[in-house]
Design a protein around this ligand. Structure first.
Ligand code: FAD
Length: 470
């Protein structure tokens, strides 16, 4: 098919590029259907944007498991739940008992009970605008988004321009901005309004994205969210090649060659299960079609870091606090949760740094970042926050393979100009997976799983069709 070279050659039916949940789901589907494959993963672990780490708690006592990336699972995320059940990975409800706190832009901490504050600055307009978002999202076609009647009109706007047309209340605008940061890790001025509506529709409504109980933040994994990924990799055995970065891809109607350092994987089809910016680091021969390339160019990653602070106990619970907070002040953290283990053997707080706040905070040195993050936690749970047993952080924008998180969002014009054939339509023998290609729970682990299965199903159908053609 191609010229022989000095590289080792591995022949298989399908090569899967990327060992995050999308690539693993594709590989598992191929495995379950008896199709031969090899999965190449650049890093030395599977899971991608799901990264579970076991830390020394600092007391010489029990270790603490933290999830630097994806961690929560909700009840309508049925694919992830089913995968976890298949491999016996237990979950437990996110801790939300007690008073939550809003730290307002002047630094005032305002406690409240229930899923959301009943009143407060900007709350009425915030609710009015988010109800409007929900209503507009109901008209979105999540399978073929470009068919949505007002797609082009909404895709020509940013979320920011839409919000400003709806309200001039600065406090409502602050609430809306934090919502966009918290869900997309982007600023409202960066993201297409249509993409916001698509994403809400793909999750089943705005509340599903935002809330904890019965929503996206409902539960966590007892042994970390990478548990199911590790179990899949163990089942697939040596067909998962870690430390094997795809560098370039040759493709034509007869098949695919994926080049890595020293080895070429030759297959009839490939599933490329990478975040959009990672796809752009590969060299394709021939070049990708203009629509696919334009789509990728309109899909930057969100900007996010997660910090964890470990304490001897979840002491804030004794003070009647849940540990859940939203912060509108000058500190780095936008959202805080109680991330203690299921048995509360330690207290753990997790904080998220998003968007413009991440850009400023990540310029600090390590000590400066830690001090600023702990000061933010202090405004939520008090002075004891400054003295953790352990502190850790993960700046996803600096991860060489993910290049950001939680996911790629779409900038204005992306859906209109490139969506129809650039979003996830296969390119000859190349099939596209990754959470960014999902119609349900786009951006989430569950979306990654459905995308991988869809791509594997495309491959199996294509292989069967070629057998039928003789
Ligand atoms: C901070 C953070 C918090 C999040 N919170 C949640 C949450 O609570 N719940 C939830 O459902 N989702 C959450 N997400 C999103 C979720 O983690 C992702 O949607 C999901 O993991 C994406 O899976 P994927 O397989 O599509 O992509 P990835 O996980 O990015 O997988 C791609 C894989 O490809 C590999 N790779 C890259 N380049 C190459 C190459 N050239 N050759 C070979 N391999 C390569 C990468 O190393 C990686 O393993 C969060 C994400 C982040 C970052």
């Amino acid at each position: 098919m191609w010229e022989q070279s000095e590289w080792d050659l591995v022949e298989t039916e399908v090569v899967v590029v990327g060992g995050g949940y999308a690539g693993l789901a594709a590989a598992l589907q191929l495995h379950d259907q008896g199709v031969d494959f090899v999965l190449v993963e650049a890093s030395d672990r599977v899971g991608g944007r799901v990264l579970t780490e076991t830390l020394d708690s600092g007391t010489g006592g029990a270790a603490v498991t933290v999830d630097h990336g994806g961690q929560w699972v909700g009840p309508t995320q049925t694919r992830l739940r089913a995968l976890a059940d298949r491999f016996g990975c237990a979950t437990f409800p996110t801790w939300e008992t007690g008073k939550h706190i809003e730290v307002w832009h002047d630094g005032t901490g305002v406690p409240y009970l229930g899923a959301a504050p009943a009143d407060g600055p900007g709350i009425a307009d915030y609710h009015r605008v988010t109800e409007l978002l929900d209503a507009l999202a109901l008209t979105v076609d999540t399978a073929e988004p470009w068919r949505t009647p007002r797609c082009a009109e909404w895709d020509a706007q940013t979320a920011e321009s839409f919000f400003r047309a709806q309200t001039s209340d600065p406090d409502a605008l602050r609430r809306l901005a934090l919502a966009v940061q918290g869900v997309w890790c982007a600023e409202p001025y960066e993201i297409s309004l249509f993409h916001v509506l698509f994403y809400i529709a793909a999750a089943g409504g705005y509340e599903q994205l935002m809330e904890t109980r019965d929503c996206a933040q409902d539960s966590r994994f007892v042994t970390g969210a990478a548990g199911p990924a590790r179990a899949v990799a163990e089942l697939l055995g040596d067909r998962v090649r870690l430390g094997t970065r795809a560098l370039s891809v040759e493709h034509d109607a007869d098949g695919v060659r994926v080049h890595t350092a020293g080895t070429v994987y030759e297959a009839r089809r490939a599933v490329i299960a990478l975040p959009p910016p990672a796809v752009r680091t590969l060299r394709f021969t021939p070049e990708l079609p203009a629509a696919r390339d334009g789509w990728l160019a309109h899909s930057p990653m969100g900007r996010v870091a997660k910090i964890h602070a470990v304490y001897e106990t979840p002491f804030w619970r004794d003070a009647g606090l849940s540990g859940i907070a939203t912060l509108y002040d000058d500190g780095p953290l936008g959202v805080v949760f109680d991330n203690s283990p299921h048995d509360a053997a330690h207290g753990v707080l997790v904080g998220f740094v998003y968007g413009d706040r991440l850009s400023a905070w990540s310029d600090l040195d390590a000590a400066g970042r830690r001090d600023a993050a702990l000061a933010s936690l202090g405004s939520v749970v008090g002075d004891r926050a400054a003295r953790p047993l352990a502190y850790t952080e993960k700046i996803w924008s600096e991860d060489p393979y993910a290049r950001g998180g939680y996911e790629a969002y779409v900038t204005p014009g992306g859906w209109t100009g490139y969506g129809r054939s650039g979003w996830r339509t296969s390119t000859g023998t190349l099939h596209w997976a990754g959470t960014e290609t999902a119609s349900v729970w786009n951006g989430y682990i569950d979306g990654a799983l459905s995308s991988g299965r869809r791509a594997a199903d495309e491959v199996v159908a294509a292989l069967q069709a070629s057998v039928a053609e003789g």
